[in-house]
Design a protein around this ligand. Structure first.
Ligand code: PHB
Length: 392
């Protein structure tokens, strides 16, 4: 009898301990950011992690009664690393979200894991259209290259640019940008005189610029990933293409706000289409830029930072909607159709595709108070990824 009672009590204590353990485990929600903190893409990692931390500093580290823990892992933009880190974060750290992904191959590498583990994967950087179709657990707060490439094609066709050489990094987002631009520009009567692709890793643009210059185009349409724009512009100027009257156009990755001041006055007048400029004229953005600079030794937030900041917002708001429930299906359902004002302007998560719908701005590089900025002068509202829209 006594023995029996003791075992019951022990069992009750054991159950109690387990419950307490589970409640404790569940009271923390972990978010695993996988970013290139080293290597060629490191500015992306630096910008996004700084923005995620800023978001937490401004909005607190408790959401729907859960304590938020941010974990940042460095994949060096190598997809095998991304995949391994995602697996470790999901299995060992038991994260409720994975996020980040500085380049498209890194994002693609986690698709099967997100699907299998039913863990939401928030794309805060990579920009190839296809990514969000590879897992129903992807949602994107960055951009797609076709969103801005189509718009700059229209602008070029309407602004006296007739002959273009395309110059893109030879991997998925470059190919996406090139195709979107070429199809639209030709449709509008423009001529593509040459299509050049250069390697993603440590490119020497000089020989490719020589080839482009030989064609005497009105403009080169350029896509290089964030971090490479300054080298491209430097070599463009060294080859004398600016003096020869060739213009640079493209998505705004090439005139990256993070690097723009180092590009020199040769870049003044460059017109690009993009979803974010540090110079975006809104109260929300002014506060964001000021707080970001203050927290990061004067560093300007670029378009990657805004993707990271909004990625955190999406996670926080989804958790509020599920009342802290970390079930992946419920979280993704909560994200669909969500709308808010970002530092870039109004944005929403497409309820059908989980991709971002956002304004695309046409901007021109200008000098203001001694600094270079991408100054927005035209707005295209609520732009969906045109590749997905065309599939419908
Ligand atoms: C990508 O790999 O998808 C990517 C990276 C950097 C960019 C844009 C796209 O600036």
């Amino acid at each position: 009898m006594w023995k029996h009672a003791t075992s019951k009590v022990l069992a009750a204590i054991a159950v109690g301990a387990l419950t307490i353990g589970a409640a404790h485990a569940q009271s923390t929600v972990k978010i695993g950011f996988i970013l290139p903190m080293t290597g060629q893409q490191q500015s992306t990692g630096k910008q996004i992690s700084a923005a995620a931390r800023l978001y937490m500093a401004q909005n607190g580290d408790t959401v729907a009664g859960k304590k938020i823990e941010l974990i940042v892992k460095d994949d060096g933009a190598v997809p095998d690393n991304t995949k391994r880190l995602a697996q470790e974060l999901i299995v060992n750290d038991k994260v409720s979200f994975i996020a980040g992904f500085g380049v498209t191959p890194a994002a693609l590498s986690v698709a099967p894991l997100a699907t299998e583990a039913k863990v939401p994967a928030i794309v805060t950087a990579a920009g190839t259209s296809i990514i969000t179709e590879r897992s129903p657990y992807f949602a994107r707060t960055s951009f797609t290259l076709p969103q801005s490439s189509v718009i700059i094609a229209d602008w070029a066709a309407q602004n006296g640019i007739k002959k273009v050489v395309t110059m893109v990094s030879d991997y998925a987002p470059g190919v996406d940008a090139e195709k979107a631009f070429v199809d639209r520009f030709k449709e509008k009567g423009g001529q593509i005189v040459e299509a050049i692709r250069f390697p993603l890793a440590n490119p020497d643009f000089a020989p490719f610029l020589q080839r482009a210059g030989d064609q005497k185009p009105d403009a080169v349409f350029v896509f290089v990933p964030s971090g490479q724009g300054a080298v491209f512009v430097k070599q463009f100027v060294e080859r004398g293409l600016d003096k020869a009257g060739v213009r640079i156009i493209g998505p705004g990755d090439v005139t990256d706000d993070d690097l723009l001041n180092g590009m020199g006055d040769a870049v003044i007048g460059t017109v690009t289409a993009h979803m974010y400029s540090t110079d975006h004229d809104s109260a929300k953005n002014k506060a964001f830029v000021e707080a970001f600079k203050k927290a990061n030794n004067g560093l300007r937030p670029n378009f990657m930072a805004v993707g990271g900041y909004d990625g955190m917002h999406l996670i926080y708001e989804a958790l509020k909607k599920t009342k802290g429930d970390t079930n992946g299906d419920k979280l993704i359902a909560a994200m669909k159709g969500m709308k808010w004002e970002s530092p870039r302007g109004p944005i929403q998560i497409d309820a059908d595709t989980r991709d971002i719908i956002q304004n695309i701005y046409i901007r021109k590089v200008e000098k203001k108070n001694g600094e270079l900025y991408n100054v927005e002068f035209a707005t295209f509202e609520a732009v969906k990824d045109p590749v997905k829209a065309a599939k419908k």
